[in-house]
Design a protein around this ligand. Structure first.
Ligand SMILES: [Zn+2]
Length: 311
């Protein structure tokens, strides 16, 4: 087969579920672009694929990855956007989708760790059940702010496994003195746009501009074990547990003081200088706390802080 013929066969195969299109027809279109208009093959291929996507009324990620199987991948090894992979995983958790476009959203787990997955209503896939293990063929990786997930799509194959996949524990434990609370802690506002949870700066989301934010609690803390420092994020639930200050109370404090930063200051006073043991999964340079325990008496925070900053 010529190069163009190979490209044409792959494209025809990709669209076989969506359009009645022959290899000959695709090759003719490629040929015209390449020979008559001197378009580079890659560009010609992209252009032809785009026009078939239009014809079929589908998005690129609903297309199959083309001929041949994908690499069997462990969830924790996924580190690139838009890769076609096969995974074997257990459905660890299912959440309520926040949009009609999403059929299912939840957490998959395998021996290497856990990862979010999404399947779309338009893909018309069978529903996955929580607690069951599956071989999922042809899923696409997705990256958002350094966080990876996998998307199931129209071409995804789903086979329930007889065996149960062991889900690995990807959490770590860190111990140390809480030496600092970073800005952006305490009572914050998040962007209310769908799937955007960015923290607002002066009422602005970096993606969506000025929005009516939703209040949330969070602490970004620095733990120092005497050897190294580790940044830890406490979500609302963990912040409430750690500080005993609930969201409503925090809002009231801010209203009384006409200043939201009072919450961060109050929390700083309650936490800095104490020893904690924090457990949770790691995300980029953070440990995301899902368990926390206060260990002992306050220490000289000022001294530890100076040490932490000198590292
Ligand atoms: Zn936003």
């Amino acid at each position: 087969m010529t190069d163009l013929r190979t490209h044409a066969a792959e494209i025809a195969e990709q669209f076989s579920d969506h359009l009645d299109v022959s290899t000959d027809e695709v090759e003719e279109r490629l040929e015209r672009l390449v020979s008559e208009y001197r378009v580079p093959v890659d560009e010609a291929r992209r252009s032809v694929v785009n026009s078939y996507l239009d014809d079929a009324g589908i998005e690129r990620d609903e297309l199959g990855g083309g001929a041949g199987g994908n690499e069997q991948t462990l969830l924790n090894d996924i580190d690139q956007d838009e890769q076609w992979v096969d995974v074997r995983a257990k459905v660890v958790d299912l959440w309520e989708p926040r949009s009609d476009a999403i059929a299912q959203v939840g957490l998959l787990g395998d021996e290497s760790g856990r990862m979010k997955f999404v399947s779309f209503t338009t893909s018309e896939l069978p529903e996955l059940e929580e607690g069951k293990s599956y071989a999922l063929g042809n899923v696409v990786t997705d990256e958002y702010q350094g966080n990876f997930s996998v998307k199931l799509n129209r071409t995804t194959s789903i086979a329930e496994l007889d065996e149960e996949i062991e889900v690995g524990d990807d959490s770590t434990a860190v111990e140390g003195a809480l030496v600092d609370i970073q800005s952006g802690s305490g009572l914050i506002k998040r962007c209310p746009e769908e799937d955007c949870t960015r923290v607002l700066q002066n009422g602005r989301c970096s993606e969506h501009g000025n929005v009516e934010g939703e209040f949330d609690l969070r602490i970004k803390a620095v733990l120092d074990d005497g050897d190294e420092v580790q940044e830890v994020i406490f979500n609302r639930e963990m912040t409430e547990e750690l500080t005993g200050i609930e969201l409503d109370e925090a809002k009231q404090m801010a209203m009384d003081a006409l200043d939201t930063t009072i919450v961060e200051e109050e929390m700083r006073g309650d936490l800095v200088g104490y020893y904690y043991r924090v457990t949770g999964p790691t995300f980029r340079r953070y440990v995301l706390a899902n368990e926390v325990e206060r260990l002992s008496d306050p220490t000289d925070a000022e001294e530890l802080l100076i040490k932490a900053r000198s590292m």
